[in-house]
Each structure stands twice: as structure tokens, then as C-alpha cells.
Design a binder for this molecule. Structure first.
Ligand code: PLP
Length: 362
């Protein structure tokens, strides 16, 4: 079977896949209530929060939309910090629902500059909320969210965080850093198939929610809260994914959050070191290189598309390509969730064989 090394969906352990084959149960009954309440408590440990946490049926993008429509009104001023494809998407969602978005875009491959964010916040005191991506999957860069959140709190703005490809793999203590709404996706660091978004909501976000006028129905946090009190979700949940998440969280609890984070730090470093030893440059500014996905730049006469094909066809390893303007210019190795050092060693060994065939060094 091919080894999936794209930055999501990520491989799932057999136990998690088996959990999905369980017979359906009544989503308004006591068994489901127990599962949902158990998952919600465990998620709070991984979010490092005492805030409300909801499980939404939808992908990460749905969670980002939920964050926006539940806290903002049309014409609200929003600062969007973007360092890549997903930062741009967050801004587009806010704009689609009528927010007045000021984009603060940084060169792809680099992290957001905290001083520039400060200048943007000083320049427009009417800004209500700031959108920020913790880990930009398209470029393999992790923003300094601790510093960014501290700054945003200094200005007393709401901070909405895309943590789709970071939470559970890269440290994000939600309460300590004061992040108001934080969104993650099941198919990333959680070892679960795609289809669920998990989201936390602070007290300040609830206050914003009470005033927010953007249209919403499916994603309405108020409905999610009322139903969670009964151990339910407002709408029929993606039940197999909920079973999968329950199993994955049990496995993750056994490993322990801090061991999981340490494993990702080690594997991130191992991947970067291995890639550099092969003679390839990293695309991401190494100071901010992600521990959940490594982006690798082209060099010399390397044909990246050919490399990806050779890796898939001859080695059974599926790598990620570059998105949008990065197509053919970078490739990405996903290493979040269910990943071991042996998996990455396998990727590096295969790359060593595949690179000359794809024109590198030849
Ligand atoms: N944000 C980030 C950082 C992501 O990596 C992704 C998915 O790759 C998304 C948002 C969108 O998530 P989804 O594809 O689950 O809608």
C-alpha cells in the first residue's frame, strides 16, 4: 500500500479505521451523548483550553467559515495576516460575508513579521478582529503565534486562528496565548479521516457572537452549545468520523500531548536535516520551518513533477506538490499525526534513489 506523505489527509492507524466500521447508533441517544461528552473533554486537553469546544461535521474550511460568521458582522474591519494559500482563503471567507478586510500579506516561505502587524494595528484602530494561520501548510511555515497573539491582545482585538494543520502536532496552548477562536481539522494531526472540524470559542468570542450579524445557520455556535449540553450536535454528525476521533483521542491520550509534540519536533528536524543532506534547499525560512510539513525547493535541473511521479510509481510514496503559484517549484513532505522516524527514513532513502532519475545532480 502506498505511504501517504502529503500534508493531509494523513494515514490513520488500523484501530481508528476499524472504529469507523461500528454500527450506527441513535445520535440523540445516551450512547452517543457519552461519546460526544468524552471526546469534548479530551479535545480540551489537546487544545489546552477550558473554553467551549465543538465538533462540527465539515472540513477545516467549514470551521474557518464558522469562526468568521459567528463572531463578525458585515462591514466589520478585519486584519488578515497571510503567509500563503490558507491565509488568503481565510481572508476570502471574511470578504465573502461582507467584512472589510485589510490584507497583510507576507512573502511565501516567510513567517509573519510581528512589527508589521503592530504597525497595521496602530494604523487602523477600528479593526475588530485579526485572522491568522498558525501553520501555513502550503509553504511549510509556522508563525510565531505566541508573539502574534500577545500583540493582538495588547490591542484588545479578537484573534481567529487557523490551526488546521498544527493543533495536536505543534504546541498551541489556546488559553495561555489567549486565542479566541481556534479551528482544526480531523484529517491532519488527529489521525482521523477528513470530515470533522473541531473549534474552541473563548468568552470574548462569545461576546462577539452575541453581536455578530453575519448570516449563519448550519454553523451557528449558539445551536452547537445548546445541543452539546444534551450530548448532541445540532445536525446529524458524521458518525463514523466521530467514532474514529474517539478512538484516535484514546490513542493520543496514551501517548500524551507533550510526547506527541516532542515526536513532531524530532521528526520535523529529522526531515529537514535529511533533505539538506540530500543537497536540497528548504523552501521555508528555517527559523520558522514547520514540524508538521516540510516544504522543499527545487534546485539545479530537478524536475519536481517528475520526482513526485517517480516517488509514487517506483517507491509507493505519495508526496505533496506545490499549490497555486508554487506548482512545480516545491514539493512537500507531510509528517503530522500517525508518523514515525522509520516512515521518514523511508522517504529519505527513496528520495536518494529517485532524485538523480528526476534530473537532480545529473
Ligand atoms: N487551513 C490549513 C492551514 C490547511 O492546511 C487546510 C487544509 O489543507 C485548510 C485550512 C482547509 O481545510 P480543509 O481542506 O479540511 O477544508
Amino acid at each position: 500500500m502506498a505511504q501517504l506523505r502529503i500534508p493531509g489527509p494523513t494515514p490513520c492507524p488500523d484501530e481508528v479505521l476499524q472504529a469507523m466500521t461500528k454500527q450506527m447508533i441513535n445520535h440523540r441517544g445516551p450512547e452517543f451523548a457519552q461519546i460526544v461528552q468524552g471526546i469534548t473533554d479530551q479535545l480540551k486537553t489537546f487544545f489546552q483550553t477550558e473554553n467551549d469546544v465543538f465538533i462540527l461535521t465539515g472540513s477545516g474550511t467549514g470551521g474557518l467559515e464558522a469562526a468568521v460568521v459567528n463572531t463578525l458582522s458585515p462591514d466589520d474591519k478585519v486584519l488578515s495576516i497571510s503567509i500563503g494559500v490558507f491565509g488568503d482563503r481565510f481572508a476570502t471567507i471574511a470578504r465573502t460575508f461582507g467584512a472589510e478586510v485589510t490584507p497583510l500579506n507576507f512573502e511565501w516561505g516567510k513567517a509573519a513579521d510581528v512589527d508589521e502587524i503592530r504597525r497595521a494595528l496602530e494604523a487602523d484602530t477600528a479593526i475588530k478582529a485579526v485572522l491568522v494561520t498558525h501553520n501555513e501548510t502550503s509553504t511549510g511555515v509556522t508563525n510565531d503565534l505566541e508573539a502574534i497573539s500577545a500583540l493582538i491582545k495588547e490591542f484588545d482585538k479578537l484573534i481567529l486562528v487557523d490551526a488546521v494543520s498544527s493543533l495536536s502536532a505543534i504546541d498551541l496552548p489556546v488559553d495561555k496565548w489567549g486565542c479566541d477562536v481556534v479551528v482544526t481539522g480531523s484529517q491532519k494531526g488527529w489521525m482521523v479521516p477528513p470530515g470533522l472540524a473541531m473549534i474552541s470559542i473563548s468568552e470574548a468570542a462569545w461576546q462577539a457572537h452575541a453581536q455578530a450579524k453575519m448570516p449563519r445557520f448550519y454553523w451557528d455556535f449558539s445551536k452547537a452549545k445548546i445541543y452539546l449540553e444534551k450530548g448532541q450536535t445540532p445536525w446529524t454528525p458524521g458518525m463514523p468520523m466521530v467514532f474514529a476521533l474517539a478512538k484516535a483521542l484514546d490513542m493520543m491520550a496514551k501517548e500524551g500531548l507533550f510526547n506527541i509534540l516532542a515526536r513532531h519536533i524530532k521528526i520535523g528536524q529529522m526531515t529537514r536535516d535529511g533533505v539538506k543532506t540530500l543537497g536540497l534547499p528548504l523552501f521555508a525560512d528555517e527559523k520558522y520551518a514547520s514540524n508538521s510539513v516540510t516544504s522543499v525547493a527545487g534546485a539545479g535541473s530537478l524536475n519536481i513533477k517528475k520526482l513526485i511521479t517517480i516517488m509514487r510509481e517506483e517507491h509507493g510514496i505519495v508526496l505533496g506538490g506545490g499549490q497555486l503559484t508554487l506548482g512545480g517549484k516545491i514539493f512537500r513532505i507531510g509528517h503530522m499525526g500517525f508518523v514515525s522516524e522509520a516512515d521518514i527514513q523511508g522517504v529519505l532513502d527513496a528520495l536518494k534513489i529517485a532524485l538523480p532519475k528526476a534530473g537532480f545532480g545529473g
